[in-house]
Design a protein around this ligand. Sequence first.
Ligand code: NAG
Ligand code: NAG
Ligand code: NAG
Ligand code: NAG
Ligand code: NAG
Ligand code: NAG
Ligand code: NAG
Length: 587
Amino acid sequence: MKIIQVYSTFNIYFILFVALLATIVSSSKSNNADPESQCRIVSKAFDNEKLVEYDTAKKCIESFPFDAKFADDTIDAVSHFMSSYYVFLDQAKEEPPKGFTYQPVDLIKELNSLREKTFKSDYGFITALRNTIFKLKDGHTRFIDICYQSFIYDQNLTLYSVVTTDKEKKQKQIIKIFDDKLDSSNNDCEVTEIEGKPAIQAIIDFANDNIAYSKDLGVRFNMALAPSIKIFSQLFTLREDLPETSTITYNLKCPKKSYKLTRKWSVAFSSAAFENFCFDTRNNSAKITSRDKSTGSTSSGFYLVNDGKVGVAVITDESTNSIFGLADGLRQLTKRGAEKLILDMSNNVGGDPTVPLFTSLLLFPSSRSRQPNFFPTSININNFTIPIIKKNFDTNSSDSDDYNPFSFLSFPSGEPFKNVNEFIGPRKNLTSGLHLNPLTSDEVQLLKSTSPFRWTSDEMIILTNGFCISACALAALYLSEFYKIKTIAVGGLLDTSMSFSTFPGGLGTSENVIADEAGDNNIEVPGGNSLLLAIREAYDFNKNNITTGVLEYLFKPADYRLYYNESNARDPSFLWVDAANILNKKP
Ligand SMILES: *[C@@H]1O[C@H](CO)[C@@H](O)[C@H](O)[C@H]1NC(C)=O
Ligand SMILES: *[C@@H]1O[C@H](CO)[C@@H](O)[C@H](O)[C@H]1NC(C)=O
Ligand SMILES: *[C@@H]1O[C@H](CO)[C@@H](O)[C@H](O)[C@H]1NC(C)=O
Ligand SMILES: *[C@@H]1O[C@H](CO)[C@@H](O)[C@H](O)[C@H]1NC(C)=O
Ligand SMILES: *[C@@H]1O[C@H](CO)[C@@H](O)[C@H](O)[C@H]1NC(C)=O
Ligand SMILES: *[C@@H]1O[C@H](CO)[C@@H](O)[C@H](O)[C@H]1NC(C)=O
Ligand SMILES: CC(=O)N[C@H]1CO[C@H](CO)[C@@H](O)[C@@H]1O
């Protein structure tokens, strides 16, 4: 494959959610002497950065006793934050739109029903709580136990799915081993069964039951497998919750032999000090950041394919740090004479809410003056936030937070809010007025200093594996809807249409940030645990209709589909060539 690397930047791995800073670890899990003895081996191993056996980890995790008061307090706090701030609470009760796969959930009711249950262990309770929240299938929203979610369960192998064509020209989808770190002779063997179930069905079931980070089953299917390689990926073989069994058995069909591979879980701990996270360190401040399993870097890059005629911009995050690299890379592609442009937004972990608007204005500078210029969003209004919003307005606050009207512009005018009521909205229900994010001064400067690029909508195309989340989803959706850039989704399930982006939400944050910003300090999630949730919802709109739906709940499939095979799963430049062919074919 002939590709020319033009330019590449290296970004520090961008954390998707607001980092959960300085959470005080409390004593909830140390009342019983038993866990200390049950966890002795685990503690020692993890402190020395060693692995433990599945059974040893399980015994430790399940030794923390169920505490009804702790469970009740946790449910109180979670219910409070979810009912007061979670923007999709009502919509989650409705049947999914066609194209999405999940069950409706009355979250508060289900949380309350957990109160009537007793659990064998604290872990049992936390897992039931996590699974209840996971029913939302919202990647912005989950409960994190500071101890249990620091365990990592690894099969030391990754899987992928390819679509092959048989002798009768019929397409067939199979599962294969992408990379076995312990035995590379297994690489590219077909996996026919997993735990006695047809492999493809085992992955689909897992994507339905255990993956919560998209409403689109095809995207969850990709998240279960390689080659998406960042947070929320390879989830079948790299887990964050204790697997049900100590091993997984794969029936393999390799070129020379067919056999059963039984692989144990390797259990590691993602943080330095086990005791700090799982035992009493009452007066210690433990700093936990988002649970990014890959601590490596993501790289954006710029390439040329098709004899240098088509440029490729690989965009892996939407952080405000990445904007200079993006503008620079596009300039280089222009200089090299790229006549068309592929925006590869696969495995894009999102980032800052202003960057999607920046990106669209960078590509289409003439729309600068056009209003409204991005999807409007709203927050929930309640008795905590109303006085804070008023105070922020009256004091001309310069804090950038969600309850400061000066952090936003009014939709559709794009003007600053004239008064508090315009920001708060009609108060007929929970929803606020409609807000837009203003660009940062860096973004404004950069737009001013960048000459327009040559590419028209027809000369650009977006390529993703569906794993284009949060701010990436907003960017891709906007470019697709308002500038009619065509989209391609890769992977997913054969002959099933698939989204090119997922969980646009609006904005996700953590409950301690909300408490701080909204002055809502009456109740907190106990035990140093945290709740992440979507607190802003973004709306679709068109010329005649200000809001035509909540983006999170609109199924927006890609215009074109590609599937993985043995070559393009390992080398994305094959997919770029496919995308270039689609671009060139278009009238
Ligand atoms: C297997 O997985 C564990 C846990 O992620 C990791 O620490 C270890 O290095 C892996 N082993 C190999 C050979 O990759
Ligand atoms: C705010 O408080 C008032 C008076 O206590 C109450 O009637 C109202 O329902 C509350 N509104 C919200 C949104 O909680
Ligand atoms: C806030 O800004 C407005 C307009 O600039 C000004 O009239 C007002 O006095 C300011 N209020 C405070 C408390 O600084
Ligand atoms: C909230 O109120 C606005 C204005 O009355 C209305 O347009 C909107 O549909 C309401 N939303 C919900 C979820 O009831
Ligand atoms: C606006 O969009 C909503 C949701 O799709 C629809 O119910 C409503 O009828 C539309 N209104 C107009 C004026 O087109
Ligand atoms: C895989 O698909 C690419 C296009 O994406 C094609 O060029 C290549 O020949 C295919 N390879 C195999 C092994 O089927
Ligand atoms: C700063 C702080 O959190 N101090 C606490 C340390 O632990 C003791 C005993 O639980 C508390 O009384 C202090 O308030």
